[in-house]
Design a protein. Structure first.
Length: 278
């Protein structure tokens, strides 16, 4: 058994046993070619003879923060230490790149994955909610504001408001970039202004960008318990006007945020973020 960097030839050896990993299927076979092209990523496989029986991707999200994703072990080869061996090999690589911390996400209900990373010393540091708003399926609420592009003059106020609020505390000052989490910085807001992804309404600020024509996603928002329902309505109102079918949100799991999401028609699902120091 050997852990080594993945190549494109490994894809057909992994695809057959990763079709039905979860209830909803799996994405890893399609994603490996993307990871292999990504300079910050290091994709590892575990091979035994001609068989490839494990996979994980490690990516540097900042000079000191690594992220692990896509951990898969062939169903017939689980509980042989392969998941942990690949994870450790990924951590060794990340440390060489300068990482001081490595993180990963699991669904709250994925007990095997949680037990496995806990057995390696990872600690659960934060729970986030994944929730989808469907603006076109909801009746407009009278009085909702619209999101407006936030100017760069808003950056300091938005940053301070976020930093002193519940969301940054519960979310350990992280932002989600798709299914990857790292420490947020004011540069994230600056970049979002430049790319016209930084929005404001009277209820707060949000980084919100298209991921497809009718889909947008946000992994950072600043609001208060009192204003959160309004911010979600403002997002939905703007989404409705611009033909967005889905707004995918990743927000720190606080009771008031979960309540606001539920009232907005979403079904928040808990996602656990684990971290280990290197
Ligand atoms: C999660 C996964 C990668 C673990 O890989 P693995 O090679 O079986 O894990 P390991 O053999 O390294 O496990 C090490 C330890 O973790 C714990 N563990 C692993 N699987 C467990 C399970 N099903 N139940 C309870 N504990 C478990 C045990 O403490 C285990 O040590 P032990 O076997 O000596 O008791 C594998 O189950 C998998 O591919 N699952 C489906 C995909 C998935 O959920 N990926 C993670 C997405 S976040």
């Amino acid at each position: 058994m050997e852990v080594r960097p993945a190549t494109i030839e490994d894809v057909p050896r992994i695809a057959p046993w990763t079709r039905d990993t979860f209830d909803w299927g799996d994405y890893v076979a399609d994603r490996i070619p993307v990871w292999l092209e990504e300079p910050e990523s290091h994709t590892l496989v575990c091979a035994e003879g001609d068989e490839v029986i494990g996979l994980v991707n490690v990516v540097m999200l900042s000079p000191t923060e690594a992220w692990l994703e896509g951990a898969r072990v062939h169903p017939e080869h689980r509980r042989r230490g392969i998941g942990s061996l690949m994870n450790q090999t990924g951590l060794d690589w990340a440390k060489e790149q300068g990482a001081r911390v490595a993180r990963l996400a699991t669904e709250e209900g994925n007990a095997p994955a949680r037990r496995q990373v806990e057995s390696m010393g990872y600690r659960m540091v934060s729970t986030w909610a994944y929730a989808e708003l469907n603006p076109l399926q909801r009746k407009p609420i009278a009085g909702a504001s619209r999101l407006q592009p936030a100017p760069s003059a808003d950056i300091d106020a938005a940053w301070m408001s976020w930093l002193s609020g519940d969301l940054s505390r519960a979310g350990r000052e992280m932002t989600a970039i798709g299914w990857r989490w790292r420490t947020a910085t004011p540069d994230d807001l600056r970049e979002a202004v430049r790319e016209q992804r930084f929005w404001q309404s009277p209820a707060g600020w949000v980084i919100l960008g298209h991921t497809e024509r009718t889909v947008a996603a946000s992994g950072w928002l600043a609001t208060t318990p009192y204003a959160a329902p309004d911010l979600l309505e403002d997002m939905a109102a703007t989404g409705r006007e611009t033909g967005l079918e889905t707004i995918a949100l990743r927000v720190p799991w606080t009771p008031w945020m979960v309540e606001a999401l539920t009232r907005a028609g979403a079904e928040p699902e808990p996602v656990c973020i684990y971290a280990i120091g290197l």
